[in-house]
Design a protein around this ligand. Structure first.
Ligand code: AHM
Ligand code: MG
Length: 344
């Protein structure tokens, strides 16, 4: 690959990169590659909507709540429609699970081999205040034969069965970061050319770090183990950084070294984040980058989902930091096991 004076790969577009990767797998049929292209296209469209949201009447609440009881923002709904449309038109996906829809969305592509779980616009509370937001996606291969109706077994697969996962980050620049289980690659969007270019090759998360990201507003209601870990971070003068957009907090921590925590709280007794379309995707990326993701006790990708919008606590980031956080749970295990473990 040609490199410029800064040592950066030059001229590798997302399309070219996907094609090159596909050629490395002799039996690849190209469908997963096309699916990634469809996601990138939807990402470009959302990026366009977001970047001019202050000018158009697409900010603010839509006036209804989603299945989680959360107020839907207009951009949440627009992103959901755009992604669903791109995946329906692509033809590789037979069904979608979305944060914005209660049930499984049947795309009426009976031949589609893949299932996508997605949060079309994550960090909704930041949409109207010009702060980074993201899109998260997880890709599974269906279990039932193509051409038959999609089953709950198809959509409730553990994260370890993902064949791909990624996110779009709409930040100071727009990025697409994804993995298909062979490392993590990041592409930065060049809006004047309408292309994503490879900018972050084979991303590796530092084993250790000094950033902790947690909403400390709920500190009083954290489990003792979480309180003690947060106190430990403060005693060691770690930096507290919390954007309130999971993708943005995760991305920063992956590049710089850090831990993101969304624990059980009084308001969110089982955690706030959703296993299928938030935790699993980022867990796959974290592990591919050398980090880890747990619910305090168990590996996120080993959890067997039982419902579409299932929530779980999340500890994700640099390996040594997450292991340290887990060690506080181990210390408290005898007293916290019955209630905390049961809820996991
Ligand atoms: P959303 O999917 O409705 O946007 O909620 C998920 C978001 C995450 O991006 C973020 O890390 C978290 O919720 C923030 O929650 P809180 O405001 O409780 O700290
Ligand atoms: Mg979300």
């Amino acid at each position: 690959m040609t490199k410029d004076k800064l040592g950066l790969p030059v001229g590798t577009t997302l399309d070219r990169f996907i094609k090159r990767k596909q050629d490395e797998f002799p039996f690849a049929t190209g469908e997963l590659s096309q699916l990634l292209r469809d996601i990138a296209l939807a990402g470009k469209i959302i990026n366009r909507e977001i970047s001019r949201s202050g000018l158009l009447n697409i900010g603010g609440a839509f006036g209804v709540t989603n299945v989680q009881g959360e107020e839907q923002q207009k951009l949440d709904v627009i992103a959901d429609i755009r992604f669903t449309r791109a995946l329906r038109n692509g033809g590789e996906v037979c069904a979608i699970i979305s944060e914005e829809e209660e049930g499984v969305i049947d795309l009426e592509n009976p031949k589609g081999k893949y299932i996508v779980a997605m949060d079309p616009l994550d960090g909704s509370s930041n949409i109207d205040v010009n702060v980074s937001i993201g899109t998260i996606f997880s890709i599974y291969r269906r279990i039932s034969p193509a051409g038959t109706p999609v089953t709950m077994e198809d959509v409730l697969q553990p994260g370890s069965e993902q064949v791909g996962a990624g996110y779009l980050l709409y930040g100071s620049s727009t990025m697409l970061v994804y993995t298909t289980g062979h490392g993590v690659y990041g592409f930065t969007y060049e809006p004047s050319l309408g292309e994503f270019f490879l900018s972050h090759q084979d991303i590796k998360m530092p084993k250790d770090g000094s950033i902790f990201s947690v909403n400390e507003g709920a500190y009083c209601t954290f489990e003792p183990a979480v309180k003690e870990y947060v106190d430990y971070c403060k005693k060691n003068e770690y930096s507290a950084r919390y954007i309130g957009s999971l993708v943005a907090d995760f991305h920063r921590n992956m590049l710089k070294g850090g831990i993101y925590i969304y624990p059980c709280t009084d308001k969110a007794p089982k955690g706030k984040l959703r296993l299928l379309y938030e935790c699993n995707a980022l867990a796959f990326i974290a592990e591919q980058a050398g980090g880890i993701a747990t619910n305090g006790y168990k590996r996120i990708m080993d959890l067997k989902p039982t419902e579409l919008h299932q929530r779980c606590p999340l500890f994700i980031g640099s390996e040594n930091m997450v292991r340290k956080a887990e060690s506080f749970y181990k210390k408290h295990e005898p007293e916290s096991k019955s209630d905390a473990v049961a809820s996991r």
